[in-house]
Design a protein around this ligand. Structure first.
Ligand code: NAG
Ligand code: NAG
Length: 489
């Protein structure tokens, strides 16, 4: 096996990029902006500054195109010079809590593994909102289910607009921000709290409004509709369901409905809130369906110091020419973007995994889960084929960490190729995982295969954000298609 690469057939050159504590292995093309992508040597690039956003290669810029950055990367408006970024243990633990939450939601809403639970309580107790005593018992550090391994975008809310940096989440529906006066509790955020009293276009939604009935969990206080979203590990947000003008880059969505959070707990990494892009009625996707035809696309950058984009509407979709499409399976359950994962390839060879393994589990595409989760019967063959390919290339094994069990010591590694990993989807779509999505770098002495098994073969598989990096990922609710366009950022 020739050690030279960049570009080699189906393999990637190892170029190591260190950004603060986080390091990623990047492909030659992804790192071209950093220097000579044609060399076969491993490069160690210490990078703690924000890279200038690249010109996007596909799709005309539209009025909604917003930069997406990693929450804890140097480009993030939330980066706190004095704060400590989360450790890898914290990131992986939070990632597992999110996966557990998704599995619970999927089994509750599809009745796949368990009988449907009784409907959630229709009324919230207004008492906790008014009682300041309740806040004393809220554990300030519990729950960072959605805040840790995530990407953020900056939106505008209100008139005049307040700029707020929020977690971008395709795995939930309701958008919310922390709001003044924070009757019970707000966690610490970087930007000033959204102040409804300052906005001339803000309005509360009344309990009798049909919009109030769109909420999964709702309540009523003084005629005003209350919302509550719980993320499964104790993090939650409760407050008034409201509407105001949402500004996305230079475009505006009037009367956008969101939660004005008065009681919020969990560490959302100093973000002002969360933007829900799921399939449910309360999501931005659904609310602005008429305006944006149910289409949004995003690209997650290869490195924490890179910049990707989020775009709404068909105009922002990366060029169709090189996009690979797969059906969006909208009858599998609410909120999530279900797709048909059908196979896995390592170095171009399909692993022998029965179709029934993938069909029994089902799969969703999620922007907020970091590491792709597979049914154990699919993970085991991936792990052994990858380990064999790495052994053939002479990589030295290292101890596992958390739920990552296939790790390598890259100390002193020079100009070596990495095995290629591809995910195959219904409709002959393949996602040839970018090199930045193959190894999760804890540090130089520990780089781990960025995939993990679910506990159970019936748990839904989740295609995580690490494996989506550099692709233009288009979600088209009208055409019921998801597409992947390589090299979009
Ligand atoms: C709201 O308006 C007040 C008074 O003009 C101002 O001091 C405050 O900074 C504004 N709040 C935000 C978050 O913009
Ligand atoms: C929205 O409801 C809250 C709580 O009842 C109230 O304090 C606020 O003034 C209301 N805002 C508007 C614009 O009606």
């Amino acid at each position: 096996m020739a050690a030279s690469c960049c570009p080699s057939h189906g393999r990637f050159c190892l170029i190591l990029l260190l950004a603060g504590a986080a390091a990623v292995v990047s492909s030659g093309s992804g790192a071209a902006a950093l220097g000579d992508g044609g060399s076969s040597d491993v490069k160690l690039h210490v990078d703690s500054s924000c890279l200038t956003p690249q010109e996007h290669k596909h799709g005309a810029a539209t009025g909604t195109r917003m930069p997406i950055v990693h929450q804890h990367g140097p480009c993030s408006p939330l980066t706190d010079k004095h704060g400590k970024p989360p450790s890898d243990e914290e990131i992986l633990a939070a990632d597992q809590r999110r996966v557990d939450y998704i599995h619970r939601r999927v089994s509750e809403t599809t009745g796949q593994a368990r009988p449907k639970r009784a409907a959630p309580p229709v009324q919230l107790q207004p008492a906790p909102l008014a009682s300041s005593a309740a806040s004393a018992n809220l554990p300030a550090s519990s729950g960072d289910a959605l805040g840790t391994g995530n990407y953020v975008v900056t939106i505008g809310l209100g008139t005049p607009e307040e700029r707020l940096t929020v977690v971008f989440d395709t795995g939930s529906d309701t958008t919310w921000v922390q709001c003044q006066p924070c009757v019970t509790s707000c966690y610490r955020q970087k930007e000033p709290l959204f102040t409804p009293a300052n906005s001339s276009t803000y309005a509360n939604i009344s309990c009798s409004s049909s919009y109030c009935s769109d909420l999964d969990v709702r309540g009523c206080s003084g005629g005003h509709c209350l919302y509550r979203v719980r993320y499964g590990d104790g993090s939650e947000t409760v407050g008034f369901y409201a509407q105001d003008t949402l500004t996305l880059a230079s475009d505006a969505v009037k009367e956008f409905r969101f939660g004005c959070g008065e009681q919020n707990r969990g560490l959302f990494g100093q973000a002002a809130g969360l933007m829900g892009l799921g399939r449910g009625k309360t999501s931005l996707t659904a609310q602005a369906y008429g305006k944006y035809s149910g289409v949004f696309s995003y690209c997650l950058p290869a490195t924490p110091s890179g910049t990707g984009f989020l775009d709404l509407g068909p105009g922002g979709a990366p060029a169709a020419a090189n996009a690979r499409r797969t059906p969006m399976l909208t009858d599998k359950g609410p909120t999530f973007y279900y797709v048909g994962l059908t196979g896995i390839k390592v170095d171009g060879r399909a692993l022998s995994i029965p179709d029934s393994v993938f069909s029994a589990a089902g799969a969703i595409l999620d922007s907020g889960t970091v590491i792709t989760r597979l049914p154990p019967k699919a993970y085991a063959p991936l792990r052994s084929a990858f380990a064999k390919a790495m052994a053939d290339l002479g990589y030295k094994k290292a101890a596992g960490t958390s739920f990552l069990d296939t790790c390598y010591d890259l100390t002193g590694v020079q100009g070596k190729a990495l095995p290629a990993v591809s995910l195959a989807f219904q409709g002959d779509a393949t996602l040839d995982v970018d090199a930045s999505g193959i190894l999760y770098m804890v540090d130089m002495s520990r780089a781990c295969l960025g995939f993990a098994p679910n506990n159970d073969d019936t748990d839904v598989a989740i295609v995580g954000n690490m494996q989506q990096k550099t692709y233009g990922v288009v979600h088209d609710l009208g055409k019921k298609l998801v597409s992947f366009a390589p090299g979009a950022c």
